[in-house]
Write a protein that binds this ligand. Structure first.
Ligand code: ATP
Ligand code: MG
Length: 390
């Protein structure tokens, strides 16, 4: 039987030795989730996963979604057919005729892998014979072994698999294989990128967003929900906690030294996030900070922020400049949403001259001017949980 399938190659999983079945199961689970509303079946055969039984009209959508699943190295929409030379030739010819529909000249090369050594031709013979066969059948094509436009792949496994495309996947490790962390998610460019990068290492995400109504609007909150949904296309379901922060912010503003207000606000955000993280079973915090980007991100300031919590804080953007972060934001499609102009609670009540070289002891003393405990508990109790998925 000849059928259209999606061939899914996995990324780093092959490195994982005895844990491999665990990683594979997670990956398959995440693949099923990505295709939840598309009829399909998953087959796992010797180091390859296949999505089969997908209708022709949904193949492209399904392939596109699979490129966003962490752990996937690349995908190909392929033809699966019997392991006979005739079937291989026929499938390759059909795929080639689709590739050259534009009537222009094209170059190609055949790549073959013979996992089933009982197949009577070696990989080299398959390449040579099929190349020859295609040259005979089509006028407008020639072989280019160095930079072919069309790569014809043939894999002889349980079935013969033939394809002419390979779409790069997101790479990384399947989400759910490395624990959970809580992302401090603002509406800016950096924090969605930070969440993406940590999820790429297999980490499940919770997210915490602080909003200061009426200083920040409902629209600003909706923007953050939209960002979490975009990140969830990669990271899977995100538990987004929206925390009312107005009372704490106003109190800091009224009672603490003006030049330290941003830093104190950052410390309180961290404390609240750690408590929410603990409830969600998250073991670390994630922020979009990058050294020196603003006054609260100098090394001295970051030390003061870290001092507020005991959990490790992951900052994957720490060594990147804005351009590098922006490139990733564009690639993962969060950029356009991030640049919609809305207030963030970090941008209201900004001190005119924030400290850039804060002294930890002074910051701790300023914080102790106010007993924040009840306000922290109230903010957590009044927070709203939104489950974000694509
Ligand atoms: P971003 O582009 O991610 O907003 P930024 O360059 O604007 O970052 P800051 O506003 O100083 O930097 O924020 C630093 C980090 O603090 C953010 O990356 C984010 O992790 C966290 N953060 C800032 N504002 C909020 C908020 N309103 N809710 C949750 N986290 C926030
Ligand atoms: Mg910001």
């Amino acid at each position: 039987m000849t059928e259209n399938v999606i061939l899914i190659r996995y990324a780093e999983i092959h490195l994982k030795g005895l844990n491999r079945p665990f990683f594979e199961r997670k990956l398959e689970h995440n693949i099923r989730h990505a295709l939840h509303d598309i009829d399909h079946k998953i087959r796992n055969e010797s180091g390859r996963i296949y999505a089969v039984g997908i209708s022709d009209t949904q193949l492209d959508t399904a392939a596109q979604r699979l490129t966003k699943v962490f752990g996937v190295h690349s995908v190909s929409i392929a033809v699966s057919t019997e392991k006979s030379w005739e079937s291989v030739k026929q499938a390759a010819s059909e795929l080639m005729s689709r590739e050259i529909q534009d009537g222009k000249k094209h170059t190609f090369k055949v790549f073959a892998k013979r996992a089933d050594k009982k197949f009577p031709m070696t990989s080299e013979e398959i390449c040579r014979e099929l190349g020859h066969e295609l040259l005979e059948s089509f006028d407008n094509i020639s072989v280019d072994i160095h930079t072919p436009e069309i790569k014809v792949g043939v894999e002889i496994r349980d079935k013969a698999i033939i394809y002419t495309n390979e779409i790069r996947g997101a790479g990384g490790l399947p989400v759910g294989t490395s624990g959970r962390a809580a992302l401090l998610l603002s509406g800016g460019i950096d924090s969605p990128v930070a969440g993406y990068m940590i999820a790429k290492r297999g980490v499940e995400l919770s997210a915490v967003h602080f909003f200061s109504y009426p200083y920040t609007s409902e629209r600003a909150k909706d923007k953050v929900i939209d960002l979490a949904k975009i990140v969830s296309e990669y990271a899977g379901e995100i538990r987004l906690h929206v925390v009312p922060f107005t009372e704490i912010q106003l109190t800091i503003h009224e009672r603490c030294p003006e030049k330290e207000t941003t830093l104190l606000m950052r410390r309180l955000m961290m404390k609240i996030s750690q408590k929410i993280a603990e409830k969600d079973g998250a073991l670390a915090l994630i922020t979009g900070e990058s050294i020196g980007q603003v006054a609260s991100q100098t090394v001295e300031a970051l030390c003061c922020t870290d001092d507020a919590v005991t959990m490790p804080v992951f900052r994957p953007c720490i060594g990147m400049d804005k351009m590098e972060i922006t490139e990733i934001a564009k690639r993962i499609n969060t950029f356009e949403t991030s640049i919609i102009p809305e207030e963030d609670c970090c941008t209201v009540f900004v001190p005119k001259h924030p400290v850039t070289k804060p002294v930890l002891q002074n910051i701790r003393e300023s914080e102790s001017l106010v007993d924040f405990e009840d306000m922290i508990e109230k903010a957590i109790a009044d927070s709203e949980l939104i489950i974000c998925k694509p």
